[in-house]
Design a protein around this ligand. Structure first.
Ligand SMILES: Cc1cc2nc3c(=O)[nH]c(=O)nc-3n(C[C@H](O)[C@H](O)[C@H](O)COP(=O)(O)OP(=O)(O)OC[C@H]3O[C@@H](n4cnc5c(N)ncnc54)[C@H](O)[C@@H]3O)c2cc1C
Length: 460
């Protein structure tokens, strides 16, 4: 059997049969010249979901599962699904340590992690429960380890343990730290591949359609009370494609505020700010330097900064141990590189009072992240704090991801997922904030959105 998949150490070759099946046709597919399909012309669906990231896809799958009669379309502006945040991240299945007890994030992360492990096992996608250490380098940081322990336990995270420096060395000989929180239920997965698998399920349901290269640009109510969505390929002004739907859910990630604005949602609230997370990776000969996810204690005014180490099971990039990401403000919503620049996007940030409040309150952090994004030595020195043996010649550049974060007034990073309900006379539900751990939580977010839709739309 031909294996597109580099095997993980100690894994049998057929374990990732599900991934092989998905990747074969995907690799054969010519995305530049897709075969004409139902995206040409006008179509009607019970529900249209705007955004083919993991949140939109998980929601579409959940609706199709719950309601055996309905039809669902996913509209995605890129030529493939899961190409933005979902395809450019650390690939960590978070256990649920960081989120306020009682929050939607805490609930969906813990439940979503269980669902994600089960999904990958059922669909034979690569996943590893590799465990994680959140390390404290001194007694001051140890207080944060204790706080995370209490918080995680309150959130229902199983198996948490605070360990000392000797126990750390037994688990990870190269890590030097004062203490650590050990989380055995944290794992790694390839979310891009999970996205492809969800899309595959949606297509195979016979009631779901994925319309790629369809950027939703206009939402309007028809005389019959339906929502007409007009769009097309993102770099094209015409001719236009149209879809109508009884109900619409938007899950537009980096553009969630703008798409919500197009639907009639509040354009001034929940503005998105985007941050680039740049990764390095250990060169292949050093990949075994760490076995677990190794994280510093959290810092950063509520945005996920703190250079961490993560082994990966990512097929496209080869199995790596990645180091990162930082969190550097971008000058373009899709600013995967430092010099990517779009005037409209910079203007939006300049006009965003909540973001300014954050940047001023966290001035050193903001400058430090800008500097670290450009300077490998500065980046590495954060990592050397707890893995002192790591040197510049052991690492090489890897990829970057761009994350969306909403800031509330006063410069506080929104701490929970945000839904904007009953927009356009009750026909539209907008997901306004879905930052990390939205990949971990995606299947549980899908359930929650389906519950919300049922309530808002009086579905049986
Ligand atoms: C660097 C980084 C590291 C992270 N690490 C982790 C991690 O380890 N674990 C974890 O759980 N989470 C992690 N996250 C967070 C996670 O990736 C995101 O929270 C999650 O992917 C959000 O999914 P989404 O579907 O909302 O957004 P996206 O994946 O961004 O999907 C939104 C989709 O909407 C499409 N779209 C936008 N506008 C339109 C339009 N007008 N018409 C049609 N389509 C449109 C976009 O093209 C995109 O495909 C990380 C994020 C980043 C950036």
């Amino acid at each position: 059997m031909l294996h597109l998949w580099p095997q993980l150490p100690g894994e049998g070759g057929d374990k990732y049969e599900g991934a092989e099946k998905l990747l074969g046709p995907l690799r054969a597919q010519n995305f530049a010249n897709p075969a004409p399909d139902k995206t040409v012309g006008h179509d009607h669906f019970d529900v249209a979901i705007v955004g083919g990231g993991i949140v939109g896809l998980a929601t579409a799958r959940e609706l199709l599962k719950r309601y055996p009669e309905i039809t669902v379309a996913v509209l995605e502006k890129e030529p493939e699904v899961a190409g933005q945040q979902t395809g450019h991240n650390s690939g960590v299945i978070h256990a649920g340590l960081y989120y306020e007890p009682g929050s939607t994030m805490a609930y969906t992360c813990v439940r979503g992690a269980d669902l994600m492990y089960a999904y990958c096992e059922e669909h034979k996608l690569p996943v590893q429960r590799c465990g994680k250490l959140v390390v404290a380098c001194n007694p001051e940081e140890h207080k944060q380890v204790e706080k995370l322990y209490r918080q995680g336990t309150a959130n229902g995270v199983k198996g948490l343990e605070i360990i000392d420096s000797k126990q750390i060395t037994e688990l990870e000989p190269n890590v030097k730290a004062y203490s650590a929180l050990y989380s055995p239920n944290t794992g790694i997965v390839n979310y891009w591949l999970v996205g492809q698998s969800l899309a595959d399920e949606i297509r195979k349901s016979g009631r779901g359609d994925i319309k790629t290269s369809f950027e939703a640009k206009k939402f309007e109510k028809t005389k019959e009370g339906k929502v007409r969505i007009t769009g097309g390929e993102k770099i094209m002004d015409g001719p236009r494609l149209q879809v109508t739907a009884n109900k619409v859910i938007t899950c537009a990630g980096l553009y969630s505020d703008r798409v919500a604005g197009l639907t009639g949602g509040n354009p001034r609230k929940h503005k998105v700010v985007t941050f680039r997370g740049t990764y390095y990776q250990l060169k292949p000969e050093y990949r075994t330097l760490i076995k677990h996810n190794i994280y510093p204690v959290p810092s950063g005014g509520g945005i996920p900064v703190g250079v961490h180490f993560t082994p990966t099971v990512d097929v496209r990039r080869g199995h790596q141990a990645i180091i990162g990401p930082g969190a550097c403000i971008t000058f373009s919503r899709e600013g995967y590189r430092f010099f990517d620049f779009k005037l409209k996007d910079v203007w939006d940030n300049l006009m965003n009072g909540a973001f300014w409040a954050f940047a001023l309150k966290n001035f050193n952090l903001s400058l430090g992240e800008l500097y670290r994004d450009l300077n490998q030595a500065a980046f590495l020195s954060s990592a050397q704090k707890y893995i002192p043996c790591i040197t510049g010649d052991m690492v090489e550049p890897s990829f970057a991801g761009v994350m969306a974060q909403v800031f509330e007034s006063g410069g506080i990073a929104a701490k929970d997922f945000i839904f904007e309900r009953k927009v356009m006379d009750g026909s539209i539900l907008n997901v306004r904030n879905a930052p990390s751990p939205a990949c971990t939580a995606a299947l549980a977010i899908g359930e929650l959105i389906a519950d919300t839709a049922k309530e808002d739309w009086n579905w049986k």
